[in-house]
Design a protein around this ligand. Structure first.
Ligand code: FES
Length: 112
């Protein structure tokens, strides 16, 4: 599963051989934080309790970033489509969708 985000390509890392990423910029969930400040998406996941074990969280956060970079104000349906490649067995998806909506609002507020 992959999608183009502007000049970015969002792709499930488990489907990419390391050699295929040669010469590409790779963004990980750890790389989203800047100067010890969490990215708004990471903040929103914490704020809304959208994680329990955290196993799915990196994929959810990166999928949310790809979505919000392309679509700053997604609908619930668009959020569900964007995270469809990730499975969470802990929280259900209600809090994850709430987190992405919260992140969307936080990111739009900083742009205004
Ligand atoms: S928080 Fe545990 S799988 Fe999603």
């Amino acid at each position: 599963m992959h999608g183009h985000v502007g000049r970015q390509v969002s792709q499930l890392s488990c489907l990419v051989l390391a050699v295929e990423a040669d010469g590409s910029e790779v963004l990980t969930v750890e790389g989203m934080a800047k100067d010890s400040q969490l990215h708004p998406i990471q903040e929103a996941f914490l704020k809304t309790g959208a994680l329990q074990c955290g196993y799915c969280t990196p994929g959810m956060v990166i999928s949310a970033k790809a979505l919000l970079d392309e679509n700053p104000n997604p609908t619930d349906r668009e959020i569900r489509q964007a995270i469809a490649g990730n499975v969470c067995r802990c929280t259900g998806y209600t809090k994850i969708i709430a987190a992405i909506k919260e992140a969307s609002a936080m990111m739009r507020a900083t742009r205004e």
